[in-house]
Design a binder for this molecule. Structure first.
Ligand SMILES: [Cu+2]
Length: 568
């Protein structure tokens, strides 16, 4: 039994007594992977909190407090307000909206009272939320100040391969990368994070991750809550690994250390010992949940066993709002849901270890106070039209997820270098059905870049309910398989590749990644985009070709053939 019956109001005030668990006890649970059912472990660092009351006071801030110094302090408070990541304002000129990001290093309290060395975009830890609008042209100027190569991948975005932020477009410390493209995605929740070879887990767990909200002009979007930070609320979950000195771990040796514990953070705040508070000033509130953990699985549910109204999967609206009691997110996945809050409610996250060790247990992470007095209209009966693929004439492939010891494989190859990884070649316009076969007994999370996919079967069963939505990241259990179908639209390139990989970031870094080359048909072999943004992209890329030569290493030799990084 995973529900606790603690009501929201009590969760808020009862911060001192119950559920106190020592670090050692927690570690024991993690080892056994069985802390679920033991109730809520929320009181892990009471000692640290007592000493840190100091910091808590200053940080009382409102919903729009920054995710930097204030959040650092707030993490130490017994009960504190949910931090809303800053909204990054773009500047629009000549039809292009420009966003400026700097990947930088900093410090943050991942466990209460202990300072960790971290990374963030424009701040110490995590990054601001970007809003993109379908049909707009965006330009991102992203500067690398983390002291090593990085990339920025727009997870879930349908963009040209050379704008996708894959390993080929790694750029060096001190360089600025300036991708530009037309936003072709429908209203959905995407995110951005690093994707360089071998360093994705390390950089992401240190804090390089942020949310992207795509808006569109559909009736469904108009009918849904969209006031960021008021009734449209991001929830970025990170089940991390950290030792008692605050050193954030990402590899097997670090995860196995006896001093490593597995805290859960929501929007950058540790919720091991803290239930965050949120006051809903509107009756209907929309939540956008992102599992930004490297490997652990997160299930979101109400503490009272009631339902959530799921409206979106990874890649946009479901055909209709769907009542669910749980939302399961593997590493990298997103979902949106609404709640009509006529009474206080508490949200829980149930964490299951995804890798060799990891988090586990049930956390009361958000106590929602219902204070709205409005009466929202019924949700639209239809949110989206999803034409299910008839796959009878689709091209079939099998993608095998394998392992050789600690080396992870796709179709027998370890994708630790561009040269070594398996490459899937297709052409723009192709319609394909892939069987993702998990030949290991490990948990995997299958992510495809470029285009969304439909689930055709899951472990031999027909998809139902929310499985009928659009996905870019889906669970493949040990020994299991999924069949997915997709159509490669719009973009082709004969130099830059998309990626397909396990989104357990350690598996990705250990080789469970292949490339996807989408080339043109006979008449087109270069990147095709249908509007003026292509010209901008090509121009800025070639203008900086010489600058990019130092931004890549041997494993990304093809990237230097044309420009990916700029240092203007
Ligand atoms: Cu995996």
């Amino acid at each position: 039994m995973t529900h606790t019956s603690e009501p929201a109001s009590q969760a808020n005030s009862d911060s001192k007594g119950n559920h106190r668990k020592s670090t050692a006890e927690k570690r024991e649970h993690s080892k056994g992977g069985a802390a679920r059912g033991k109730g809520v472990h929320r009181r892990k660092f009471l000692g640290g909190m007592a000493g840190a009351g100091i910091a808590a006071v200053a940080a009382a801030g409102g919903a729009f407090s920054l995710l930097n110094d204030a959040a650092k302090n707030k993490a130490s408070a017994a009960d504190t307000t949910l931090t809303i990541p800053d909204l990054l304002e773009g500047t629009t000129s000549d039809g292009t909206t420009t966003f400026t990001l700097e990947a930088k290093t900093g410090t943050h309290e991942v466990i209460s009272g202990v300072t960790s060395s971290t990374m963030g975009y424009n701040q110490d830890f995590l990054g601001p939320t970007m809003k993109w609008t379908n049909g707009d042209v965006v330009l991102l100027n992203i500067t690398n100040d983390i002291g090593e190569d990085t990339t920025v991948h727009f997870h879930g975005a349908h963009v040209p391969a050379k704008m996708d932020g894959g390993p080929q477009v790694a750029f060096a410390d001190g360089e600025t990368w300036s991708p530009t493209f037309t936003v072709k995605d429908p209203a959905t929740t995407l995110w951005y994070h690093p994707h360089a070879l071998g360093t994705t887990a390390k950089q992401a767990v240190h804090g390089l991750a942020g949310m992207i909200i795509v808006e569109d002009s559909t009736d469904a979007s108009a009918a849904l809550p969209s006031d960021y930070g008021v009734d449209d609320i991001p929830l970025i979950f990170q089940s991390l690994a950290v030792d008692t000195d605050g050193d954030i771990k990402y590899d097997a040796a670090g995860y196995r250390l006896s001093t490593t514990t597995f805290p859960l953070l929501v929007n950058g705040t540790n919720v091991d010992s803290t239930t965050l508070g949120f006051t809903a000033t509107k009756t209907r509130t929309r939540f956008r949940a992102l599992n930004a953990s490297p490997s652990d699985i997160i299930v979101i549910q109400r503490s009272d066993g009631g339902t959530l109204t799921q409206i979106s999967t990874d890649q946009g609206y479901l055909t209709e709002a769907t009542e669910v009691t749980t939302i399961r997110l593997v590493a990298g996945a997103r979902a949106e849901f609404t709640m009509d809050l006529t009474a206080d409610a508490t949200l829980q996250a149930v964490i299951t270890t995804g890798w060799i060790r990891g988090g586990s247990g049930t956390y009361d992470f958000l106590a929602i106070t219902a204070s709205g007095s409005d009466t929202p209209d019924d949700l639209p009966s239809t949110l989206n039209t999803i034409d299910r693929y008839d796959t009878s004439d689709f091209t079939a492939r099998t993608i095998t997820l394998g392992q050789n010891g600690a080396t992870m494989l796709i179709n027998g190859s370890a994708g630790t270098t561009m040269a070594a990884m398996a490459m899937i070649s297709t052409t723009v316009g192709s319609k394909e059905i892939w069987t993702i076969q998990n030949s290991t007994q490990l948990e995997h999370s299958f992510h495809l870049h470029d285009v969304p996919y439909q689930l055709i079967s899951v472990n031999g069963e027909d998809p139902t309910g929310v499985q009928l939505g659009w996905y870019d990241t889906y669970e493949v259990v040990g020994g299991g398989s999924i069949k997915i179908a997709m159509e490669f639209t719009d973009f082709s390139d004969d130099t830059y590749m998309y990626m397909l990989h396990c989104h357990l970031l350690q598996h990705e870094d250990e080789g469970m990644m292949a490339s996807l080359m989408v080339t043109g048909d006979d008449t087109s072999t270069t990147t095709t985009d249908t509007d003026d943004s292509t010209a901008t992209a090509s121009a800025s890329a070639s203008a900086s070709a010489s600058a990019s030569a130092t931004a890549t290493d041997d494993s990304t030799a093809t990237a230097t053939a044309s420009a990916s990084a700029t240092d203007d």
